[in-house]
Design a protein around this ligand. Structure first.
Ligand code: HEM
Length: 392
């Protein structure tokens, strides 16, 4: 195909590309983009994340049209969306089910990166933009959960804001900035509403950065050895467009199953009771995707200790490209990591289960052991394995 500047003006793409090089860009970055030949289904989760984010933003815009960010009307406005507005239940279910799909994909996407060593050079910035996205999505999900102004919205936010209070020096100013006063009330609800939808659009911007970084360093693959010749690659279209497209159909079937048949599966019944600051629910539980961090928060004997450990559990992921200095990428070729990383995955799941149960002695022990393994894996095993391990 001739280059755009040689195409005659009568060619629609030649005319457009000379003024705004969009077709050339799409052809280079999406149609002919060289991909390793051996990617497995775990490489489709990035596409699932983009599609789910699109559903979240579209459904969120419709919800925002009918939602009222006022503590006397918020709960009723959400009930009206669910019960009276045509297809309102569907839009809300799409949004609520979307959060579950988004976090499930996010954790699998991250786990894939850990297993195949996709955080290693030259992909450190790609990894860091991904983690930045995860933090932004967590903040957005937290703010969004307060909006229906149910019992769990109120008391869950109270637990988090108490934890924020425990931060030395900046804790009080930060929580006052969020709350607009001393307590969780109207000003806070309004601020969290603005934070929720502003962050959603900021996330779109960071996704663009994440994908741009990916297109510079290109995809890793299960062997961890980058292709060295065009014969070892395939163009993105039609090979990966059809493959991701097929996987996407299966993914959307699961998402639709959740939206249409099990909309209440993962939500807490207490959130269908309007917030009441005078009645504390018997058991304050987070949604499943925050449960591992909640378990860590509770596992420490002090509030500040819990906050440091919960923050630390994420900080080790940011430091990972520098904690693990081995040049071998996939865990499949690293005998120590092959053992230790699945245990770290199991610890994360155990922490999640513990976070969804009342803090009895037994669950506290489970949380502490699982948390200890999480830190041991990243802070001891990974640096040690970088030095001592003999690749298989
Ligand atoms: C909304 C959030 C996110 C979106 C939309 C997103 C999107 C994508 C897409 C489309 C790809 C290429 C396809 C694929 O490899 O699956 C990708 C690759 C990648 N992402 Fe993400 N991502 C997100 C979050 C994250 C997070 C939380 C991390 C982990 C810290 C991460 C780390 C990576 C890495 C390392 C790659 C390259 C993987 C490889 O080639 O082996 N991403 N991302």
């Amino acid at each position: 195909m001739p280059s755009p500047d040689r195409m005659p003006d009568t060619e629609p793409s030649g005319w457009l590309d000379r003024r705004f090089p969009v077709t050339g860009f799409l052809r280079r970055e999406y149609v002919a983009f060289p991909m390793p030949r051996n990617l497995n289904t775990l490489w489709s989760f990035g596409a699932f994340l983009i599609v789910t984010m699109t559903f979240m933003i579209a459904s969120g815009l419709f919800l925002a049209i009918n939602y009222t960010p006022d503590i006397t009307q918020a709960f009723a406005s959400v009930e009206t969306i669910d019960r009276q507005i045509p297809s309102g239940w569907f839009i809300r279910s799409l949004h609520m089910g979307g959060v579950t799909m988004l976090f499930a994909c996010l954790y699998i996407h991250l786990g894939r990166g850990l297993w195949y060593g996709s955080y290693k050079a030259p992909r450190e910035l790609l990894w860091l933009t991904g983690l930045g996205l995860m933090l932004m999505i967590m903040v957005t999900a937290f703010a969004g959960y307060v909006l229906p102004w149910g019992q769990m919205s109120y008391w869950g936010a109270t637990v988090v804001l108490n934890a924020v209070h425990a931060i030395p020096l900046i804790g009080h100013p930060l929580s006052e900035l969020l709350l607009g006063g001393e307590t969780l009330g109207n000003i806070a609800l309004h601020r969290l509403f603005v934070l929720h939808f502003t962050m959603a659009f900021a996330i779109l911007g960071v996704i663009a950065l994440h994908v741009a970084a990916l297109h510079v360093v290109k995809s890793n693959n299960p062997t961890g050895i980058d292709p060295t010749s065009p014969a070892q690659t395939l163009p993105f279209h039609p090979y990966y467009t059809s493959r991701d497209g097929f996987a996407l159909c299966l993914f959307l079937m699961v998402y639709a199953g959740l939206v249409f048949f099990l909309p209440g599966l993962l939500t807490l019944a207490d959130n269908y009771i309007q917030a009441n600051p005078l009645i504390t629910p018997r058991d304050i539980r987070p949604e499943w995707y925050f449960a591992p961090f909640y378990a860590i928060l509770r596992a420490a004997p002090s509030r500040l200790g819990g906050l440091i450990l919960a923050t630390g559990s994420l900080a080790v992921l940011f430091a990972l490209p520098w904690l693990d200095r081995s040049s071998i990428r996939p865990a499949t070729r690293r005998p120590l990591v092959r053992l230790s990383l699945p245990l770290a995955f199991a610890s994360f799941i155990l922490l999640g289960v513990a976070g969804m149960h009342p803090p009895t002695e037994a669950w506290l022990i489970v949380s502490r052991v699982a948390m200890a393994w999480w830190f041991i894996h990243f802070l001891l095993v990974m640096p040690l394995a970088s030095e001592r391990e003999i690749p298989s």
